[in-house]
Design a protein around this ligand. Sequence first.
Ligand SMILES: Nc1ncnc2c1ncn2[C@@H]1O[C@H](COP(=O)(O)OP(=O)(O)OP(=O)(O)O)[C@@H](O)[C@H]1O
Length: 300
Amino acid sequence: MFADHEERTFTKWRRKESVVALDVRREMGAMEPTMPFSGDVMIHTDDLTLGYGDRLILRDVTFSVYTGEIVAVLGGSGCGKSTLLKALIGLLPPLRGSVWIGGRCITGPQGDMALEAVRRHIGVLFQYGALLGSLSIADNVAMPLEEFTDLPRRLIEDIVHFKLETVGLADYAHFMPSELSGGMRKRAALARAMALDPQILFCDEPSAGLDPITAAELDELLMECNRALGITMVVITHELASIETIATRCIMLDKSAQGVIAVGTPEKLKNESTDPRVRAFFHRQPAMLRAAELGGSVPS
Ligand SMILES: Nc1ncnc2c1ncn2[C@@H]1O[C@H](COP(=O)(O)OP(=O)(O)OP(=O)(O)O)[C@@H](O)[C@H]1O
């Protein structure tokens, strides 16, 4: 069920680009908004306020992600992590505020065009992989290359092989997604997300549904991609082990606060934060949170 929903989300994401592509190519010259930040800022949100209909989920969220970072967006269930991700990849228009990617505002009046301009440089690893079930693993990985490039079939096949080799699936090119394990599907989805050598990779709960060893292997793979290729990553997760292993910085959201309650390295948040909500999360002690909510003392 989740996989079907994701496949639709993925298709929507891809379709949006082909709808605006023509206009963009025509008008590209006219559109060059620049971000009021240094070139080191890869992603920036400014007073971003998100919701569904009348329901507000996040308000006035402002943060930057710098080139080469792996930023973990974390927080308890329902605090709005996936909602934020949807806004960052242009699937959810904000109620207020803006999202800037690579110096372009993707939420302004010319947001669709800006998004089209940067989309080729963005990879998304969806929570359940979002592989198209009717295509082989190789064809899934080839898809972005066929849509975005004019490369000859032979070269696309070589690139697909290389990408699958990178994630350890070279021998499974002709398998269908349903014939792979959960961990293998995630790796295949990573190969697809990396097909166009993106500068930014968004990952929605990469460890979800994986056993700890497989999850750790995927974390290793993400770190390799970051180190070797310099890809900036935003990883939505609430897996503590994963956060402590891969994140260079964390942005913590909270449901009651409807926004960001902490920003910092995992070590700093874990060892230095005095916020009971942050301490409860990093020390896995819900009692700390309950005590704080009741206005009582927080266990040390
Ligand atoms: N399409 C939607 N329409 C209405 N409400 C939604 C929609 N998607 C999410 N929500 C609501 O927004 C809130 C935040 O959901 P979101 O999925 O962003 O949280 P999350 O932090 O990613 O949670 P989890 O860790 O459990 O995946 C939830 O209360 C959810 O019910």
